[in-house]
Write a new protein. Structure first.
Length: 401
């Protein structure tokens, strides 16, 4: 693949103000102007390189934004205080009263709740569709549709969106294609396949240490400027601003993302293959049994693999809970929501991160009670981890010895 996102990150050279190897942190909410005229120009958006106020932007936030834009191959980017703080302004910037969204039905619970329960208050309505069926997606478009929304690899069912196919539909109907790429940083570069806007929750793999929330919108300069407009920009006016200290710490973690993603993918593939062989119902895009395996193989930058997320079905919620508790007791990971941590994290999405989705809809989309979502950690010896996990499953009667 010609575009290698990790090389783009590596090629960024930032010096601190005293020649530090890390850029200096801007510990200021506001900035002085040498003349009143340059203050006026900055407010009018005409003074490149001038800082106004840290809700608009700060040097530290710009460094991180530039690095993430380089990674996604967009002109620029804007970081936010959380993933939801990136997603909600994008939707509100692109849609007004009377507008319509077509979205994948298997998306992050918070995004689903925002579209399903919050946006209708503003008379913005969403059709939730099976994103893997391009004809169904296209049939859901109405004359008022403005946005086509999906996750590259969906939460929690790990369905794969055909971004190239969706992009053709979006262009034909003059829609913006928004892709949440949180599960697949580096592995997939949605802009190279025609996405208009790429969003990440930095909280997950990109930061990787489960010590902060954060988000980013990667897009054209025109769109990012509209989000940041002091007059009508949803990011600027809703105010979900990242703190500069956090931006600098996330930037340092971003520098090791390629190493971590390779290890997450290596470990997840190992476990998925072995769990499947053992007879567990396992979903992982790297398995030939995954319905979108061939599609995904063609989408990823193979160096970074199929990602760190997999699901298994433990049979029932009761068994799933017993297994997660036992694995935590044996220090194989933590019973916690979120993902992308160096330790394995597991949760039962039906009763946690996807509990916003009504039960009948959960059933309809294949979200079963016994489903456990794993974010596989950076374990050094994955065979050892596998053997210990298998012992837990045998002990609980989920697998036979
Ligand atoms: C976690 C997550 C979000 C929300 O991000 P926060 O940082 O928790 O606000 C959005 N999309 C996906 C796919 C996520 O996993």
């Amino acid at each position: 693949m010609a575009f290698n996102p990790a090389d783009k990150i590596q090629d960024l050279q930032y010096f601190g103000e005293f020649g530090g190897v890390n850029p200096s942190v801007s510990d200021s909410s506001t900035y002085t102007f040498l003349s009143a005229k340059s203050m006026f120009d900055t407010f009018e958006g005409n003074a490149e390189g001038c800082y106004l106020y840290s809700r608009h932007t700060s040097p530290s936030n710009l460094y991180l934004s530039q690095a993430l834009a380089a990674m996604e191959g967009t002109e620029t980017a804007n970081v936010a205080a959380s993933g939801m703080g990136a997603i909600t302004p994008v939707l509100l910037q692109l849609c007004g009263a009377g507008d319509h969204i077509v979205s994948s039905r298997t998306i992050y619970g918070g995004t689903y709740a925002f579209m399903k329960n919050f946006l209708p208050r503003l008379n913005i309505n969403t059709a939730f569709v099976d994103i893997t069926k391009l004809d169904v997606v296209e049939a859901a478009i109405t004359p008022t549709t403005k946005v086509l929304y999906c996750e590259t690899v969906s939460n929690p069912l790990l369905e794969v969106a055909d971004i190239e196919g969706l992009s053709k539909i979006a262009k034909k109907h003059n829609l913006k294609l928004i892709v949440d790429n949180t599960f697949s940083p580096l592995s997939v570069s949605p802009v190279t396949m025609g996405a208009d806007v790429v969003i990440h929750s930095l909280t997950k793999f990109i930061n990787g240490s489960s010590d902060t929330v954060g988000g980013v919108v990667c897009a054209s300069t025109e769109f990012i400027n509209s989000l940041k407009s002091v007059n009508d920009g949803a990011s600027m006016l809703l105010g979900s601003t990242m703190d500069s200290l956090r931006a600098s710490s996330i930037l340092k973690n971003l520098r090791t993302l390629h190493i971590r993603i390779k290890q997450h993918s290596h470990n997840a593939l190992y476990l998925a293959e072995h769990f499947e062989k053992d007879g567990l119902k396992t979903v992982y895009p790297g398995l030939a049994s995954h319905p979108s395996h061939e599609l995904y193989k063609g989408m990823i930058n193979p160096e970074y693999g199929f990602g760190g997320m997999l699901t298994i079905d433990a049979g029932s919620l009761e068994k799933a809970n017993e297994l997660m508790e036992l694995m935590q007791e044996r220090n194989l990971g933590y019973l916690a929501v979120s993902l992308g941590f160096y330790k394995t994290l597991f949760s039962a999405p039906g009763s946690s991160t996807s509990s916003e989705i009504p039960e009948d809809e959960q059933k309809d989309m294949g979200l079963t009670d016994g489903l456990i979502r794993f974010s596989i950690g950076l374990d050094n010896d994955i065979e050892r981890t596998y053997n210990m996990m298998k012992a837990c499953m045998v002990e609980l009667g989920i697998l036979s010895a």
